[in-house]
Design a binder for this molecule. Structure first.
Ligand SMILES: Cc1cc2nc3c(=O)[nH]c(=O)nc-3n(C[C@H](O)[C@H](O)[C@H](O)COP(=O)(O)O)c2cc1C
Length: 432
């Protein structure tokens, strides 16, 4: 090689000027972002994000269920590829939403406000947790124009309920995401082993963890203490009225149980869309549809609640069939790639929701990290749809079922649009 050839090959990059640029060059997948988050967070906090209930069977199954589906791309041109879609009749730039996660400021001091700004910039809705660490009003102020949904812990206490609903409505939230999978709190044993508490308590172990993760520790100490301000409702009546410690009362499960009558009552009190979050039973999906509920989020809470609860992808087709277009269907749990979203949409979902992926982004790099995760989902969905041979979300949802196959149906499902004339028998192929 001549010197000029070697010079032509030399490639020296200027150092990255922004966090986004650095992420662009170093972080190519949600798994890469997960590794960055693991380095930045104390172990007990990282494992609070990671962990699932009991033996974590649901947690693992959420992920493996996606790997059991393969693509059958079709050949043909793909024109004007577009990820835009609608949820509740309003546009989204892609059919992805950010799921509610309690305690978000534990992972990065910018917390829920950073997530909200990144979601707004990406044109996707964000569900704020009832147990968020930023007030619902501050999140609204941080990202006016964001399609924001409020994650309601249901309560039979109508005084408390109405007070929360009024506050949510005044703060401009469009929809309610109502939890129906939290009658008790899942037994996340990693948290017990790590001595995790929220807010974190300061023990010798916590101090050592903090010293090993100084960037996180400084951010944590320099900002407001972790609190759950959405629970500060002015409650005029009912058993929780003026409760000094409403959160503990709610989480201890020492309140009266809620049932379908409370969902019906909620339907009457709230005019906007209602999403039941945590449904995997097709009978419950059908009941919700009959009650005028707008959507369900097929979810096992990211494997954090009832262990062995079905993985959303395993029940999706049944739920789609039972509800027959009467309600919108969002799926969450184990979604780590744009190709996972494409699979769920091909099986009939209207949208997918992510929890841990955006928390990894937040923990690793604040708002820029969440933005980067959403950018990766967009790029991966675009590439997957191009390679699969579909141009729009509508096309994916209507034709997608013939473009994916479960490994158990590898030789059983027939392609419906191959006409008898077009098929050539083995005999014919052999005939010269
Ligand atoms: C740290 C953490 C906190 C969560 N907090 C809530 C919550 O307050 N309310 C809720 O409905 N779901 C909560 N979830 C569940 C998510 O909304 C979502 O269902 C789940 O994370 C989706 O699975 P994925 O993490 O595999 O994407 C939480 C999940 C995580 C990881």
């Amino acid at each position: 090689m001549k010197l000029k050839d070697i010079r032509a090959l030399a490639s020296v990059q200027a150092p990255a000027r922004t966090v986004s640029e650095r992420l662009q060059r170093t972080c190519y997948s949600v798994e890469d972002m997960r590794k960055l988050a693991a380095r930045r967070l104390p172990k007990s906090i990282f494992e609070y994000i990671e962990g699932g209930g009991e033996d974590e069977v649901s947690l693992r199954r959420n992920r493996s269920s996606f790997d059991e589906w393969s693509f059958l791309p079709k050949w043909g041109s793909v024109d004007n590829l577009d990820l835009a879609s609608n949820l509740f009749g309003s546009p989204v730039s892609m059919p992805v939403t950010l799921s509610p996660t309690g305690g978000t400021r534990l992972f990065h001091p910018q917390g829920e406000s950073a997530v909200a700004r990144a979601a707004l910039a990406a044109g996707v809705p964000y569900g704020l947790a009832h147990l968020s660490t930023t007030t619902m009003e501050d999140v609204s102020a941080a990202a006016p124009g964001l399609r924001r949904w409020f994650n309601l812990e249901p309560t039979p206490d109508k005084g408390l309920l109405q007070a929360v609903l009024d506050r949510v409505s005044n703060a401009g939230y469009e929809a309610l995401l109502v939890n129906v999978d939290c009658r008790a709190i899942g037994h996340r044993e990693r948290d017990y082993r790590n001595g995790f508490t929220a807010p974190p308590s300061i023990k010798p172990k916590t101090v050592v963890e903090g010293m090993l993760h100084p960037a996180w520790a400084l951010g944590f100490l320099a900002n407001d203490a972790i609190a759950f301000p959405n629970l500060d409702a002015d409650v005029p009546e009912g058993p929780l009225a003026s409760s000094p410690d409403m959160w503990r009362t709610l989480l201890a499960g020492s309140y009266e149980p809620t049932d379908w009558d409370d969902i019906r009552d909620l339907r009457e009190r709230w005019n906007g869309p209602i999403v039941l979050k945590g449904v995997v039973n097709p009978n419950d999906a059908a009941l919700a549809a009959a009650m005028g509920i707008d959507a369900i989020q097929v979810s096992n809470h990211g494997g954090r609640q009832l262990d062995h609860m079905a993985a959303p992808l395993d029940v999706l087709a049944d739920i789609v069939e039972r509800t027959a277009g009467q309600m919108e269907i969002i799926v969450d749990g184990g979604i780590r790639r744009g190709s996972d979203v494409v699979k769920a949409l091909a099986l009939g979902a209207d949208a997918c929701s992510i929890g841990r992926p955006y928390l990894y982004g937040l923990a690793a790099a604040g708002e820029s990290g969440v933005a980067h995760v959403l950018k990766m989902f967009r790029a991966e969905m675009t590439r997957t749809m191009m390679l699969l041979g579909v141009s729009t979300i509508e096309e994916l949802r209507t034709e997608g079922r013939d473009l994916i196959r479960h490994r158990n149906e590898a030789f059983t499902r027939t392609q419906p649009d191959i006409t008898p004339e077009a098929t050539v028998s083995l005999e014919e192929m052999r005939t010269p």
